[in-house]
Ligand binder design. Structure first.
Ligand code: BEZ
Length: 371
């Protein structure tokens, strides 16, 4: 029988002598705002130092939400729109958030000296235990995009007991084949590094549409003072090894996984293939309509709602801490999971912006989201 972990979100705290409930509430709010503003830390690892920003207060027996960004971005430019989205606050207030910057990607990062050996993606994954040890966290729920999704997957393969769940956006678990290399080299002859990275992040339609978002990110990447560092992360991404996922193989993700990709994203095929290689009882696949290459930037609302369901499927987010509307929408999913006696079922979610539905694979399991 599936076990749903009920989560207590209201804490009873004794009042200080002479303190009215209103004053206590204001003091708590002020403290929370201070802790929620984000503190940046650096730790030394065998592969150099790594910087990360922590929001929120630790909750006993709760995993931290740990994010890892894609090439050309940092934790802020990749995740701020998602984590500052209104409905997301209801979720993240229950978790500490650790936003990792890949080495040399944090704001104000000095440019690495010429000849600096940038860590491989596998080595970036090997830096994560140093962060968790520093913060005294034993488990995480990871959210990664592109290269960051690869790093978190590699970490989950080597430290399965410490990863409770993964949200992988635009993951490509395969090493580049010789055809990809040839195409990459050809593109490199005519395109600058920023243009190549933009082509990795966004669809061709988005790039030629040149919306405000594209102009913003083109500007950020083209004028990045640490562009040389970004090129090193880009090279590590292009030199990644195959993750070698295989159904029925030992090399697989053991935790619940939500794969996410935009329906016109450059990595759509890679994510579809990744879905076919992971354990279907542990994996949900969310293909998002009208979201382009970076769903966490363009569709934070849809992603927030899907993330809520994902956490609920893992037994976090008791329905008592969800909005009335979300509660009524998720009730059928929760009861279906209990009846099945299976915390994580195989689900393929396709999302249509017109119907506003998330349709789950097995018949009869339909989740609705507001799109
Ligand atoms: C967070 O609450 O986790 C967050 C807030 C602002 C920017 C990025 C993350």
């Amino acid at each position: 029988m599936a076990e749903l972990r009920e989560v207590q979100i209201t804490e009873e705290k004794p009042l200080l002598p002479g303190q009215t409930p209103e004053v206590a509430k204001e003091a708590e709010l002020a403290a929370r705002i201070l802790l929620d503003q984000g503190q940046t830390h650096s730790v030394e690892t065998p592969y150099g130092s790594v910087t990360f920003t922590v929001y929120g207060t630790p909750k006993p027996k709760r995993p931290a939400i740990l994010t890892y960004h894609d090439v050309g971005l940092n934790c802020k430019s990749c995740f701020q729109p998602l984590f500052q989205f209104g409905d997301m606050q209801e979720i993240i207030q229950n978790f500490v958030r650790v936003h990792v910057d890949a080495p040399g990607m944090q704001e104000g990062a000095p440019v690495f000296p010429l000849g600096y050996q940038y860590p491989s993606l596998d080595q970036l994954a090997d830096m994560i235990p140093c962060i968790l040890q520093y913060l005294n966290f034993s488990t995480i729920i990871g959210i990664g995009v592109g290269a960051g999704a690869y790093v978190l997957s590699r970490y989950a393969l080597t430290h399965p007991d410490t990863v409770e769940g993964l949200v992988l956006i635009n993951i490509d678990p395969n090493a580049k084949g010789w055809m990809d290399w040839a195409a990459h080299k050809l593109t490199g002859l005519t395109s600058s590094i920023p243009e190549m990275i933009l082509g990795h992040l966004f669809s061709q339609e988005e790039l030629s549409g040149n919306s405000e978002l594209i102009q913003k990110y083109r500007n950020i990447i083209t004028h990045a003072p640490n562009l040389d560092n970004i090129e090193l992360y880009w090279n590590s991404y292009n030199n990644r090894r195959d993750l070698n996922f295989g159904r029925g193989s030992d090399i697989t993700l053991k935790c619940p996984v939500m794969l996410v990709v935009g329906d016109q994203a450059p990595h759509e095929d890679a994510v579809v293939e990744c879905n076919s290689k992971l354990d279907p009882t542990q994996t949900s696949f969310l293909k998002m309509a009208d979201s382009g290459g970076q769903p966490q930037l363009t569709q934070p609302g849809k992603l927030t709602e899907a993330f809520k369901y994902f956490l609920q499927g893992m037994g976090y987010m008791a329905s008592s801490c969800m909005t009335r509307l979300s509660r009524s929408r998720t009730a059928s999913l929760t009861s279906a999971a209990s009846i099945d006696g299976n915390r994580s079922r195989s689900r393929t979610l396709s999302q249509s912006s017109e119907s506003g539905t998330l349709a789950s694979g097995p018949p009869g399991h339909t989740m609705e989201v507001s799109c």
